[in-house]
Write a new protein. Sequence first.
Length: 705
Amino acid sequence: MHDAPSLTNADCATRNAPRVRTKRRPILELWLLRLLVPLNGQRGAIGDSGFRDSSLAERLGMARWCDCYEPHEIRKVRSELRQMHAAAEGAAGSFEVPARLRSNIARLARLVGLDDVDCRILEFTTTLHNERVLDDAADHLGTLNSARVIAALAVILGIAVPDVRRALDARGMLAGSGLISLERRGTGMLRCKLGLLSERFADVVEYCETDPVELLRDAFSPALPGHLTIADFAHLQRPLSVLMPYLRKALSCRRAGVNILLHGLPGTGKTQLVKALAAELRAPLYEVASEDSDGDPVSGNRRLRSLRAAQCTLRHGNAFLLFDETQDVFGVDEAQEAAVDDHKAWLNRTLEHNPVPTFWLTNSIGSIDAAFLRRFDMVIECAVPPRPQRLRIIGDLCAGLLDEASMSRLADCDDLPPAITARAASVVRFVGGELGPISANDAVLSLVEHSLRACGHATPVVSADAAQVLPHDISLLNADADLAALTRGIQQSGRARLCLYGPPGTGKTAWAQCLARSIGRRLILRRASDLLSRYVGDSEKRIASAFQHAEAEGAVLLIDEVDSFLRDRGTVSHGWEVTLVNEMLTRMESHDGVFIATTNATERLDPAAMRRFDLKISFGYLRGGQILELTARLLEQAGMNSDHSSIETQLRTLPDLAVGDFASVARRHRLTPLRCAQDVVDALRNEARLQRRTRACPIGFTAAA
């Protein structure tokens, strides 16, 4: 131990000198003195050498007591504190918080419905978050549980304990509005136990004279206008025909507990739908903040407090609330699920009694508890709009940027959500005339394709040709059914489940396209690569989505290589393969439309699948007359003499020719022109030879493998 230094005459003179204060705030000094004296914070604030915290000592005008070592000096410090406290208590009735803080909180009180006790607690908590000296002084109380926090506030503010407890109750206006939250779990320092809506709120409410709603901007703010209208959501006509009158009446009657859950893949227009509804119903829309004033994301707990503030503030107006990223509060992982458990009762009450109609948006409802789901008035899935709607939206967003062919090409992308188109168009419009060598049309297409690829979706593809590589008609297809009569039957009934099988290139897909055109429907083509996923359960979801999408658009659904999904369940070795077959069979049986499956290997199909098809149609190789007709057309297209009599004998001896072989030769002619009819025969013979070799030596894994 070192001996304490002796006091000099100069030191003694300093002790007895008049106190020098910083700018006085009597109410702040009163709170500091109550922390130190009746709450006994002085035990931590004053040590063997006087005040440990020079800022606290200076604020109280006791800076001269920061370095004192004699016991009698320490006693004098404590005695002077008691005297100062007594004097402050005597004048406490005249002390007020700063005028700006008082007026801002008075505005909030009128808006939210706070009483005097609520206002005094909010004034103190705001100052606690803004004033470092008050925060440091409160730390000398040590860690507190919620009961000790209430007791401390009662002393600091001169309010009865039951009144403080009532004000901080979860059902009180302070907590109900989200302005203050009392952390009831565990222990902590006073500032940590009393949470505010946001740090920006503490700063603005004390130092800025502003509109009360502006004080809550960190909690919620007016939503920006949307770029879509209700007309762009015609594919949701059935649920909207109920939702719109429901919302209109709910606003007029001020119905409580109105909650709408919108779910769907990112970019499908959930937010735009809410904005369109608000515009159509002429109601202001406010969005609960998902980030703070610095642009950083906020926690689910903070967002719930923001929701409370918005509900309390807007409850007297005809407004809507938008809560995006709902998984923040309904939980998607263990940490979030724990947070949901803490607020489950409050969330349930909110979903039953919230005064402001609220839209809840999420990309997936898989993580939402059924106890929450059943409390929503309506649950609506926002899917990618059908092609007519996509074409309309693309036309509106990309007017002046895309030509009609490109718009049609984009509209053919079944996975293209409006958000990707809107973003691409926005970027290209912003760049304007500085695009360089690339055209606006190509720039939009490129941006959309890259975005789709990044999201794991198929990109827009150019068809083989607007007029096809080699035109053909039904008479040139060698099927074991009357295709013309079948087309008429499907047009009358509107439903069919067909299995088209046969060797590659025999025209199965081509006829499906002809059928769709003949009955005035769009063809949706899905291949194995579009539907199979490496993630368990995802393939089934993609299959379900394909059928749902076709039904929504009234389109013909064609699934190529269907043997990938309908393998004989007696031969598979994995459980997921059985599940895949079951899903496919269920969707086939319940599909209310035209479904076509194509395969090159019927022997692999599950017997139950074969029974579910209305017709199984075999497509075979071309017959002699068909070969001659297609050859004549090919020669004419190539600009040669269409008289094929000189090669007719050779053509009739060519085995296993399909329509696809003629298309291949036509494409070859474009690259390396054929000179004469004999060149055509040789090219067809080569195609047939390659086909026989491929069938003899199949590429890849066989069914047995």
